[in-house]
Design a protein around this ligand. Structure first.
Ligand code: FE2
Length: 489
């Protein structure tokens, strides 16, 4: 194969990993909580082959899943590429066949009938099935114990009519349902969104089709006990740019945001769109309803947060890319056609998470990787992957307070994941786990912190003898859902 060249997106710590590895019994510094029994899965966009387009973006890598299986104070490691249709086609000919990010017109003719999905964004377990997800395509089902790919184009027994499905479905802890949606559901630049829920057994039990005010990225959404919420942001689809071989999105700062709220279980005709200022927000920490009031907490910034998606005008602006946890709010009993927003905490960060036992419910506690507040903003960047995040912060919305732990200044933190101490533990009582980039060693650690005592630092550091790239999202699956014993071959 050819090499990846000198593109900073594919060199240094960002160099593709490409390997599939089993490591039995990773080295541990400190003591792993014996009660941690389960698996932490996370996925990174990796590149089996060098991309064909110089303007390709990190988000276009092949889905590469890591599994850390915790059992009896030990951790076994396994990582595998997801066998997507794309991965298999490219592997068969030992070169890239697909084009630039979400631009099917740049794909080689022989793969145009195949799925373009990379399964590189998130993982979720529902009804015993583990899905690897990418928002431009249907879920890919993988085996939670072996990471083997079981279904490279999962349509939920033929019920998923949308051509796409979000990387951020939500689980309703009360009903056991999984709720998700697909945008650009009838193809590129279509304004159709299909919303689905699956019952606790994995059968589709609700489908509704709606329209968005304009076609922009709909990366995540909010789920409450009664409603779903969407935020349309001005990272818009640009067909002209795509015709010229460009990526799917462009940032248009002349456009407003639209916050959509609709009833769960209905036909979508009650959907209301509320207008708001130009903002970027990708992830929802949590959402909840209180009577006719609907709240969604998102990491929200004034401008484009992705340097690799071009601005329609002006250069990328790190200051405007700084996102803070912001509460979006509407009262459905009022006639207003705008939504309110309130910044909840001052820290700059991305990738918010909640205690998932409280998804869709009123909640107090959340977590987010944030930027080291001691670093000047213009220095707080790394390569083309955005802000240096070297702090994990716990937010208490009831008190407005936060507590943090910073790693050393030459390391970086990836997304953190909350694991409850037990199913009945109070909200936010448990552990925070996630990956730490050791830039100087070109190596990765898995950190375990006590979520009630973040400032004390890791209770255990699990040393990997290898480097994983910056990943996107992960999930924790309790040991009840997994085969007992070792995960490593
Ligand atoms: Fe995401």
């Amino acid at each position: 194969m050819t090499n990846f060249g000198n593109n900073p997106a594919f060199t240094g710590f960002n160099a593709p990993f490409r390997a599939e590895v089993d490591v039995f019994d990773l080295e541990v510094e400190g003591e792993l909580p014996a009660a941690l029994n389960g698996a932490f899965y996370r996925v990174q966009p990796d590149f089996l082959y060098p991309p064909r387009y110089a303007n390709d973006v990190p988000f276009n890598g092949d889905g590469h899943v890591s599994m850390f299986r915790f059992v009896a104070g030990h951790v076994d490691f396994k990582c595998r590429f997801v066998r997507t249709q794309r991965y298999k086609a490219q592997r068969a000919v030992r070169r890239a066949l697909y084009g630039t990010y979400r631009n099917r017109g740049t794909d080689m003719p022989e793969v145009r009938e195949l799925s373009g999905g990379t399964a590189n964004t998130n993982l979720i377990l529902h009804a015993g099935r583990l899905f690897a997800l990418k928002e431009d395509s249907p879920p890919v089902q993988i085996d939670p114990n072996t990471l083997d790919t079981l279904d490279d184009y999962c349509t939920f027994n033929g019920k998923l009519k949308s051509r796409t499905f979000t990387a951020h479905p939500k689980l309703d802890p009360m009903s056991g349902e999984m709720v998700g949606f697909g945008y650009e559901a009838k193809g590129d630049n279509t304004d159709d969104v299909a919303v689905y829920s699956l019952d606790k057994n994995g059968e589709v039990n609700w489908e509704a089709w709606i329209k968005v005010p304009y076609v922009g990225m709909l990366h995540d959404f909010g789920l409450t006990q009664t409603h779903v919420t969407f935020l349309v942001i001005p990272l818009v689809v640009d067909m002209e740019q795509m015709k010229q071989g460009g990526v799917h999105f462009i940032w248009d700062d002349t456009m407003p945001t639209w916050f959509g709220v609709m009833r769960r279980g209905g036909d979508g005709k009650d959907l209301r769109w509320y207008k708001g200022p130009t903002r970027m927000a990708t992830h929802c920490m949590n959402a909840f309803s209180d009577g006719t009031k609907v709240y969604a907490d998102m990491d929200m910034a004034e401008g484009n947060q992705f340097p690799f998606f071009p601005n329609r005008r002006g250069p990328f602006d790190f200051r405007k890319a700084s996102g803070r946890l912001t509460r979006l709010f509407v009262d459905l009993s009022k006639k207003s056609d705008t939504y309110d927003l309130e910044v909840l905490h001052p820290e700059i960060g991305v990738l918010p998470r909640a205690d998932e036992r409280y998804w869709s419910l009123p909640y107090k506690v959340g977590f987010m990787p944030v930027m080291d507040p001691t670093l000047p903003l213009d220095q707080a960047k790394v390569g083309n992957t955005g802000l240096i995040l070297n702090t994990w912060t716990r937010f208490d919305h009831a008190t407005g307070k936060s507590t943090s732990w910073h790693t050393d200044p030459v390391s970086g933190l990836q997304e953190c994941q909350f694991v409850p101490r037990s199913q009945n533990a109070p909200e936010g009582d448990g552990w925070l786990i996630g990956l730490c980039n050791r830039y100087e060693d070109m190596r990765t650690d898995l950190l375990v912190l006590d979520a009630l005592h973040l400032a004390d630092g890791p209770v255990a550091t699990v040393r990997l003898p290898l480097k994983l790239r910056n990943g996107v999202h992960g999930t924790w699956v309790s040991g009840d859902h997994l085969a007992s014993g070792s995960a490593a071959a």
